[in-house]
Design a protein around this ligand. Structure first.
Ligand SMILES: Cc1ncc(COP(=O)(O)O)c(C=O)c1O
Length: 448
């Protein structure tokens, strides 16, 4: 501990200027040794972190009897009612403080279902966060609707509410904020705009299990919330998803749609069947999820404590800023994002910074790029269906507006993300992340 404090002290001095550093080297041999020991791994030094990071996902033998019971019963499919899926739905709704929950096959199918239930139709427009996993764009396109991007706030990395109203047209039907990395969007102004214009709000909470905004869990703030339980998620079942809501009517609509259109509860559709698909969860998936509820709660707390430690430790490194959360909210950190300012690192590029960090044994990535420039949307709006549904002028304006997403461009160019499993490591390992970044900062001139 004492050693590492001494070394960090030296690193701080080194960061203060190369002249001072040269002076220290000349006069004090031990510091020269420390400087050598502190050499970045990218320049041939020893990596700060040499061990492994917590493995993800994790299997527990204790889960096996329940899973085997389901597999041996032959009762695998939700059609038979009750069972683990009902147990999951009741338990997850309770965990979130939502009135209802519906299990689905994935987060993507949860979103498709929610958009159908709220009445999105071909030729509509949805105002959505551009900074997200590609599924959020795709589910809107699958409904033959247009994903219209609000800009990203570079401080929060989430939808900037101040950029929503200028995107509204007479085709806008709903707002789809994404609680990216488990960081809640600023929902009050988003909901106020939705209310003013009569729009629905569907939350993409696929990365935000147990995240909180002003005392309420994400996924319970809009009309419907959607979750993913894919392999990398904090509560994984390989694939899996859920829709949550405080409206019986909306969840009954979701339930009908996801079950081949079989009318259910308050929702009768136009008779026995309504439009629908098969997006059902399976019992063994539900049993895996139910058995992870307590683990999710405990690990969320660990990730939060380690994120707080990281934020405190990074505070005095210029050029590294954590994302700002809305007042009175709590993130769950599916990724821990850092906002990187190359000007504070002697112009060391975002890419080279990440390479240097990886060399120190700290896995990291830039996460999402400007995906709207990657061809998916060009292909969609050039399709027969979209050309029939939208005036040419609208599609042209729509495409041109991507260049105005300045906040999002900045976020894509400067974010450095650490994946959630790192936040389950012990304190010593979390300190390695801080130390590695200090080291890179101190030697940035040589790393450029
Ligand atoms: C923000 C976001 N939305 C939607 C999805 C889609 O979920 P799934 O992979 O379970 O279909 C994901 C999954 O990674 C996601 O992160």
């Amino acid at each position: 501990m004492k050693d590492s404090v001494t070394r960090r002290g030296f690193v701080r001095a080194a960061a203060a200027g190369s002249a001072l550093l040269a002076g220290l080297r000349l006069r004090r041999a031990p510091s020269a040794l420390a400087a050598d020991a502190d050499k970045p791994a990218a320049l041939g030094g020893t990596p700060v972190h040499q061990g492994s990071w917590p493995k993800w996902p994790e299997w527990r033998e204790a889960w096996e009897p329940k899973i085997l019971e389901i597999l041996r019963s032959g009762n695998w499919y939700r059609g038979s009612g009750g069972g683990s899926i009902a147990e999951f739905e009741t338990g997850y709704a309770k965990l979130l403080g939502a009135k209802r929950c519906l299990g689905t096959a994935s987060g993507t199918t949860a979103l498709i279902t929610a958009l159908q239930a709220i009445g999105l139709d071909a030729g509509d427009e949805v105002i959505v966060s551009p900074y997200t996993f590609i599924a959020t764009y795709n589910v809107i396109l699958l409904h033959k609707a247009l994903p219209v991007f609000a800009d990203t706030d570079p401080e929060t990395l989430t939808m900037d509410p101040a950029t929503i109203e200028s995107r509204i047209t007479d085709r806008t039907r709903l707002i789809l904020p994404v609680h990216i990395f488990g960081m809640p969007c600023d929902m009050d102004p988003i909901k106020a705009i939705a209310k003013k214009h009569g729009f629905g709000v569907v939350e993409d909470a696929c990365q935000a299990w147990l995240a909180e905004y002003k005392g309420q869990k994400c996924g319970t703030l809009g009309d419907l919330g959607c979750f993913s339980f894919q392999n990398s998620k904090h509560i994984p079942s390989g694939e899996g998803g859920a829709v949550t809501s405080n409206s019986d009517e909306l969840i009954d609509r979701c339930s009908a749609f996801h079950n081949c259109g079989r009318s259910v509860g308050t929702f009768k559709g136009s008779g026995c069947f309504t439009r629908g698909s098969n997006f059902r969860m399976q019992h063994y998936q539900a049993a895996m999820l139910v058995q992870q509820f307590d683990k999710l709660v405990k690990e969320t707390e660990i990730r939060r404590q380690n994120a707080d430690h990281l934020i405190a430790g990074l505070k005095d490194i210029p050029g590294i800023e954590p994302a700002r959360l809305p007042e009175n909210s709590r993130a769950v950190w599916h990724l821990f994002p850092m906002r990187y300012d190359a000007t504070q690192f002697n112009g060391l590029s975002h890419d080279k910074f990440m390479r240097a960090l990886r060399a120190e044994g700290i896995p990291c990535s830039s996460v999402y790029g400007e995906q709207y420039n990657d061809g998916l949307l060009d292909e969609a709006i050039a399709s027969r269906g979209f050309k029939r549904l939208f005036p040419e002028k609208r599609l042209k304006e729509y495409r041109e507006a991507f260049k105005d997403l300045k906040g999002n461009r900045q976020v894509c160019a400067t974010t450095v993300g650490l994946s959630q499993n790192l936040l389950l490591a012990n304190r010593g390992d979390i300190d390695h992340i801080i130390e590695a970044i200090r080291r890179i900062h101190a030697h940035s001139a040589k790393l450029v």
